[in-house]
Design a binder for this molecule. Structure first.
Ligand code: NAP
Length: 193
């Protein structure tokens, strides 16, 4: 199989993430996309990240109706900071070593992965795909010809930070997130001011 691994904080998961995963699945002929919400937040000193269980449940709710999409707990069940090389090792050991893996994430986050923790090993374990908002530029790290692809996804004009601030000021988030995620945010009171 050709398997996508979609890593993100997903606080909350929004329509841009779903469009990005769907578009990458189409372009790279993926059979499955495994969404992996991050565990213990790190490099987020500027704000509190919502509890992992809330982010996990929103990801399950948002992806439930798409037969290509599944959600994994590997990052939220592993203690310590989330490193992509560990995510890929865990997913490969659960799903099998013989598949063709594609790790998908935001291009800014991809730049961090390439400057942290065993980037060569991460690139050996998966093809890396950085999905970008229009206009973003990522420098080629130079050591991985053909192992990194950038894809511009116009729907990524939607961002989790904008959704959080919209909820806090009482602005609508309808259509930016799925109806189930909208209901979950209201029920739990996530992002309320
Ligand atoms: P982030 O810093 O919260 O996000 C950076 C940017 O990328 C934001 O604009 C974000 O938009 C976007 N983004 C994040 N995930 C995305 C996705 N799956 N699809 C589309 N856009 C996405 O990044 P993060 O969430 O902490 O990290 C993303 C992934 O990279 C995680 O799997 C994380 O474990 C991994 N990571 C690994 C390392 C490492 O191994 N050293 C370092 C950094 C990140 P939204 O806020 O709208 O999503």
């Amino acid at each position: 199989m050709r398997i996508g691994v979609m890593g993100g904080t997903f606080d909350p998961i929004h329509a841009g993430h779903l469009v990005a995963a769907s578009e990458v699945a189409y372009r790279f002929e993926l059979d499955r996309v495994v969404f992996v919400p991050t565990g213990q937040p790190w490099q987020k000193s500027d704000r509190l990240v919502s509890p992992a269980e809330d982010r996990y449940l929103m990801t399950v709710i948002a992806t439930a109706a798409d037969e290509r999409f599944v959600v994994s707990r590997v990052d939220i069940d592993r203690s310590g900071p989330t490193y992509t090389v560990d995510t890929l090792r865990d997913i490969r050991s659960l799903w099998g070593e013989d598949h063709d893996y594609h790790f998908i994430t935001g291009a800014d986050a991809l730049a961090d992965i390439l400057s942290w923790r065993e980037p060569e090993e991460a690139l050996r374990l998966a093809h890396l795909i950085g999905v970008t908002r229009p206009g973003h530029v990522l420098e080629d790290p130079g050591f991985a010809p053909g192992r990194i692809t950038l894809l511009e996804i116009p729907a990524l004009a939607i961002s989790s930070s904008d959704i959080r601030s919209r909820v806090a000021r009482g602005a609508p988030i309808r259509y930016l997130v799925t109806p189930g995620v909208e209901a979950y945010i209201a029920k739990v009171g996530l992002y309320d001011a």
